[in-house]
Design a protein around this ligand. Structure first.
Ligand code: NAP
Length: 499
């Protein structure tokens, strides 16, 4: 099967101009020239389409100092909550006005289908709007403190204060959305930020930088430095003027960063990997459940942290569901993101393509049966055919490890206890989906699942008001929702003797 790479005549004028630009770093409200370059590769063709700056420790130092100065400067520190909200709303409007440019860039940089890119751009604006509203609703408590000192009266309260400079580090899988998940609560809280996007997909974050300048944020409030994790990322998380690290990425990198932060006792939020279970009971609406299970794993070619990569099906309907999901997988159109018929784009890079194919090959060599019919196409792009595998063991790597590709392991279960045991038998604890028409069954299972989010009779769509994050090896802290603000705020207790 041959697959054409992206046809750039489908790109808007703004995206074409953006790709031709010399990209630097946004530091203190200005574009600074990068000292080195990194090639931007279109994953549908493996061809270079642009260059971005390779940030180093010097760039990071300048960005952190700019953020530190901006945190104290009255243009930001004395700004009212209503004005912070207004800036964020203006940025949301600008994102929507530039939605076509942003979706085009996401598509050629990350590889995702253009339609999915558009949804993400709209979602990013929605998150900013939701979080903007919280800027004016950050409050402390008054506390009744009767002390055993005769004749004395006390008054006590708590305040919430922005933590300071935030180091935000994000992955390549949904780049603009991940950047906004960090920026929005940090700005609502009154922090300043140095953001490092992933070297494999930085373009939409750079386009966002233009909009941040246009929105009128004071210089230094948001700084964006592109570059490699080992160089720019590590310099950022170890910088002494950074108070908080907000990281989304792999568990291995998250642990490394957490070790690096220990000496300076920086606050850390880690949104890490997952291997989320979908559990389908025999009383579920099977047509909806099959579609839901397929969407849970194949959206964005499986490159979603909450991807439903393990499918557990009650034994009496196992064959029917497994065959249904495999049929759906075979019907998906693989193609370059700019092709309007494409439903499944390429993976992000050659390393990831090889890794994902390796899992499927090793599982087949150990006796797993491949229920899908297709082979990955022989093209330069990093395309991988969706795969559904049965006949696997719960202890297999295919079931236990995060693959981050369009690969689904299907296993049978007998009853609720068995389903709970299988779902929890994994190092990760990010999300889960339950499909059943029996409410009592659902509510017995929900509290038994060790994870940060459970979706019932639906895939786990993110919503700005609903916290996202994990337990176990999936990390700690939350993005989105009111809870996400907690990561960017310190609490101060004030005790006053009034008589
Ligand atoms: P990754 O390799 O851990 O990279 C994530 C980010 O960390 C990138 O910007 C990377 O930079 C940077 N980085 C790498 N090494 C670093 C270091 N030593 N110091 C500081 N920064 C460093 O993860 P990925 O492969 O990009 O993303 C996929 C992973 O993200 C998956 O495990 C997925 O489950 C997880 N994820 C989790 C969530 C969630 O909400 N829980 C959401 C989305 C994705 P470079 O890429 O430039 O090297």
């Amino acid at each position: 099967m041959a697959i054409a790479s992206n046809d750039y005549t489908r790109l808007g004028q703004a995206a074409r101009k953006f790709l031709d630009r010399q990209h630097g770093h946004l530091i203190n409200g200005e574009w600074l020239r990068a000292s080195g370059d990194l090639a931007v590769i279109d994953p549908s063709s493996a061809q270079a389409i642009a260059t971005i700056g390779a940030g180093n420790a010097t760039d990071i130092d300048a960005a952190v100092h700019a953020a530190h100065a901006a945190f104290q400067h009255p243009s930001w520190s004395a700004l009212s909550a209503a004005d912070r909200e207004r800036l964020m709303l203006r940025l949301a409007d600008l994102i929507e006005q530039n939605a076509s440019l942003l979706a085009d860039l996401e598509c050629v940089d990350n590889g995702m289908p253009r339609g999915f890119a558009g949804i993400n751009v709209g979602g990013a604006a929605g998150v900013l709007r939701y979080m903007a509203g919280w800027a004016s609703k950050i409050v402390g408590d008054t506390v009744d403190v009767k002390m055993p000192f005769p004749g004395s009266q006390f008054f006590a309260y708590t305040t919430r204060e922005a933590v300071g400079v935030v180091a935000a580090i994000v992955p390549w899988n949904v780049p603009l959305m991940m950047a906004i998940w960090k920026l929005a609560p940090a700005l609502a809280a009154g922090c300043t930020v140095v953001l490092k996007p992933a070297e494999d997909a930085s373009l939409t974050t750079l386009a966002l930088a233009d909009l941040i300048i246009q929105a009128g944020f004071p210089p230094g409030v948001v700084n964006i430095v592109t570059g490699r994790g080992r160089e720019a990322g590590e310099a950022l998380v170890t910088h002494p003027l950074v108070s908080k690290i907000s990281f989304t990425g792999s568990t291995a990198t998250g642990k490394h960063i957490s070790h690096l932060a220990t000496d300076s006792l920086k606050k850390v939020t880690l949104e890490l990997g997952g291997k989320s279970p979908t559990i389908i009971f025999d009383d579920a609406n099977l047509e909806q459940a099959i579609l839901g299970a397929a969407n849970a794993i194949f959206t964005n070619s499986g490159q979603i942290c909450v991807a439903g990569a393990r499918l557990y099906v009650q034994r009496s309907v196992f064959e029917q569901v497994a065959a249904g999901v495999a049929r759906h997988a075979d019907s998906l159109v693989l193609g370059a993101g700019l092709d309007p018929s494409s439903q499944l784009g390429p993976l992000i890079n050659a390393r990831q393509q090889e890794r994902v194919e390796g899992y499927v090959q090793r599982a087949r060599e150990s006796g797993a049966s491949l229920l899908t019919q297709r082979h990955s196409p022989q093209t330069d792009g990093y395309f991988v055919a969706p795969a559904v595998l049965a006949g696997v063991d719960q202890s297999d790597a295919l079931v236990q490890e995060e693959i981050f590709g369009p690969v689904l392991a299907v296993l049978p279960f007998d009853d609720l206890d068995h389903a709970a045991a299988l779902a929890n038998d994994n190092a990760y604890g990010l999300a889960a989906c339950i499909w059943s028409s029996n409410l009592s069954r659902v509510h017995q299972l929900v509290p038994r699942l060790k994870c940060g989010k459970v979706s019932v009779n639906t895939e786990g769509f993110p919503h700005p008001a609903l916290p996202e994050g994990g337990t176990k090896q999936s990390g700690y802290g939350r993005d989105l929702g009111r809870e996400s603000l907690d990561g960017y705020l310190d609490s101060k207790t004030v005790l006053v003797r009034v008589s």
